[in-house]
Design a protein around this ligand. Sequence first.
Ligand code: ZN
Ligand code: ZN
Length: 187
Amino acid sequence: MLFLGHGRRAANPLKVQFAEISDTGNHYEITEDSWFPDKEIRRCAPIRAHLQLVRENDSTVTLEGRLQTGVRFVCDRCLTTYDLPVDLRMRVILEYAEESLLPLPETGGTAAGPETPDTVMLDEPAVDLGDILRQQVLLSLPLKHLCRQDCRGLCPRCGVDLNVQTCNCLDQDDSSPFAVLKKLKKS
Ligand SMILES: [Zn+2]
Ligand SMILES: [Zn+2]
């Protein structure tokens, strides 16, 4: 379960009142990108989001949708920059409850499986689609950044990128048991 923070900006174009949402569904095409967490993540493609909101009852709205964009990371191993396409499908239940009725945040709860939709508790009958998109993006991105699964990284001795070059550092490694053997042979 996710909790949205307070302190939203006034005149937010992505804020939708539950009262505006029909029970057959409202569709939103979003190219607005002001919600994107630019401080945390570098974006390298435009935002294209399609969201559908369906009002289930006065206090519950289901959100389903897809977000496409691209982000740029630096590889943890070889330090090159690479672009990662983002194509995210989401399903979120939005629940409005008066503040006094909100359940306490669970501590140490189990993470929801892919088939269990996230539930977001709201303290007013309105949803900021930017908040939802930002949360979904932050949750979906990998913690480890690798330009490719088998990136060989940089040589810890001479620093060459082992994906494009080889070096002889390991052969010259004095601390390896084989180097000791070589020395013994020579003497
Ligand atoms: Zn790499
Ligand atoms: Zn090397």
